[in-house]
Design a protein. Sequence first.
Length: 298
Amino acid sequence: MSIHTTAPTHQIRGTILILLSAACFGTTLIFTQRALDGGATLSSLLVYRYVIGTVLLCIVAGGVGPVLAVGDRKWRLLWIGGPAQAAIAGLSVASLQFIPAASVAFLFYTYPTWVAVLAIVRRTETVDARSAAALVLSLAGIVTIVGNPLATQLDPRGIGLALGAAAIYAMMIPWLGRIQDGLKPAAALTWITVAAALCFLVGAVVSKATLFPATTSLVLNAGALALIATAIAFTAFLAGLAELGPVRTSIVSTVEPFWTALLAGLVLGQRVGPRTWIGGAMIAAAMVVLQRRSSPAR
């Protein structure tokens, strides 16, 4: 016979950190839309976001010294982490040229499934019945929020680009968990944002995007993205990842579309319908399932 007990303290702490991270990531659409409405280009916004984000993360890490103390791992963070982050953003944006945003959202948020599959194949983490149930609930919640992604015929190019972003993110999550072990999250992330900023800067130069002079709208919204959706979001994400592991982290992160929908309703005036609330409730139920565990009764 067994009884159900609440999750250990470290799991609760990790879940809170990932929920904070998801809420911060959920502001990306809001500040991006405001910047674009203010006349900024997407290329310039990405460059400014990651340049400012690098400075903020360096400050959070305690200065240049702790960042340099990362040691030889900085090369992997530069050559793998940064380009991977840039690729995720680039592929997601590119997919919007071929398929609707709702379909992109659904396809991208299949990444928890790929994280679970990778964990099973590599035998790095146990995916039990509770984790599987939470995964199904969270994905069902996303479908409820964004709608049926297969309602119309989708361009295979858009599907491939969105799934490519999801696959890279799914591989990046466990990789981040391993490489950041023993490091300050902000120090490790500084190297990633440096490389991402360089990637976006090269892209802006190639596309001949206008970077100067910077408008007030560009600086303010890029600064908000750098602080909230980059420095705070990524730092909380890595801290939560260290507590929960890749599978649980990816499942809890699926709350992000719900936060985004709520913020779009509050800030952009977009309608928040019953599907958003129902989907959010399903994702919340997934969090509850994930926080429960079985332990033998004495």
